[in-house]
Design a protein around this ligand. Structure first.
Ligand SMILES: [Zn+2]
Length: 336
């Protein structure tokens, strides 16, 4: 992937390719923005541009050995730090300090090929304070021609000391029509389904693909009716059952939180007079207008905060998923 092959992230691409041409690439960048909008793609394009044996204005040539090794993530000067998998084949919840120490050992030697090195840290928000501090030492003294890219959808969760040492590049959600077209082509679905999926995906092709794969998508309307129910307090046992069933859907949980978040965002937008066409759950306009007769903007915003807090606790395994979901569902059906 060359820089000029990347669509819709013009700002990031321009900043990086211009910095490269002038020989002024920062030694550390934070790529932030929603998942699935091209942060990884731009990082890989940067890897090619940096490591290529015959770079052009558009970045790496894409044909030389270095470019090929970079593309296949087999270049010895391209280091990728990401969550390990455990013995059960599941992803660890956090990046480990040992991974950073191993990187430091590798960086203490000379670069193998052209002299430049790139370190990509994926899901950089998944480093605890100790791991972050270990990385900080390397960021402070990276060594010559060594560059870092930290990729994250949650830059506020990086240590301020790390953020202050890196140049921030924000990636925007992709246009809805572009996401819909990509999803329609890749999934071979019709335009109506693609439009709904693209709305839910909120500018992220990756999220759209994950949603399409999830059985939760087919249950979207039923789930929203069960979970955002003003009479829900009468059905506490059923809600607890639902929380338990959902808590076992490890892979589906991120999508569940996303469904809830987009629903309450729709309600907030409608309550402020935004047109129904902007809704993600556009097929539920009537239900949304009914719901607004019993729910204030303050209540909606409180619920959005509750959802974000529960999501962070559950996805980072800092809390028991079932208990967190129980608590969340009971609060969502509560008053106010
Ligand atoms: Zn090349």
């Amino acid at each position: 992937m060359r820089f000029d092959e990347i669509q819709h992230q013009a700002t990031a691409v321009e900043v990086l390719s211009r910095a490269m041409q002038r020989g002024r690439l920062h030694h550390a960048y934070v790529f932030s923005g929603p998942d699935g909008v091209g942060k990884g793609m731009v990082a890989r394009a940067l890897a090619m541009a940096l490591l290529c044996q015959a770079p052009t204005e558009a970045g790496g040539c894409g044909r030389c050995g270095a470019c090929k090794r970079a593309t296949h993530q087999q270049h010895p000067d391209l280091h990728i730090i990401e969550r390990d998998t455990n013995s059960k084949g599941e992803l660890e919840s956090m990046i480990k300090i040992d991974q950073v120490r191993e990187l430091q050992r590798a960086l203490s030697f000379k670069a193998f090929e052209g002299g430049r090195r790139l370190i990509l840290i994926l899901e950089a928000e998944r480093m605890n304070v100790n791991t972050s501090n270990a990385l900080l030492k390397t960021l402070e003294e990276p060594g010559e021609a060594t560059h870092f890219v930290l990729i994250t959808h949650a830059p506020h969760r990086l240590l301020p000391t790390i953020r202050s040492r890196a140049q921030s590049l924000r990636f925007k959600p992709l246009p809805r029509a572009f996401v819909a077209a990509q999803l329609a082509a890749r999934l071979e679905i019709d335009a109506t389904d693609a439009a709904l999926l693209a709305g839910l995906a909120e500018g992220s092709i990756g999220r759209g693909l994950a949603l399409a794969d999830s059985e939760l998508l087919g249950r979207r309307v039923a789930l929203l009716e069960q979970i955002d129910d003003p009479d829900g307090m009468r059905r506490v046992p059923q809600l607890l059952e639902l929380a338990e069933a959902l808590s076992k859907q490890r892979d589906g949980l991120a999508l569940l939180f996303h469904l809830l978040r987009t629903w309450y965002r729709d309600l907030a937008a409608l309550s402020q007079g935004r047109p129904a066409e902007s809704m993600v759950h556009g097929d539920r306009e009537a239900a949304a207008r009914r719901r607004l007769t019993t729910l204030s903007l303050k209540g909606i915003l409180t619920r959005l905060t509750l959802i974000n807090d529960a999501e962070q606790a559950v996805l980072e395994h800092t809390a028991n998923a079932r208990l967190s979901l129980e608590r969340l569902l009971l609060k969502l059906v509560g008053q106010g």
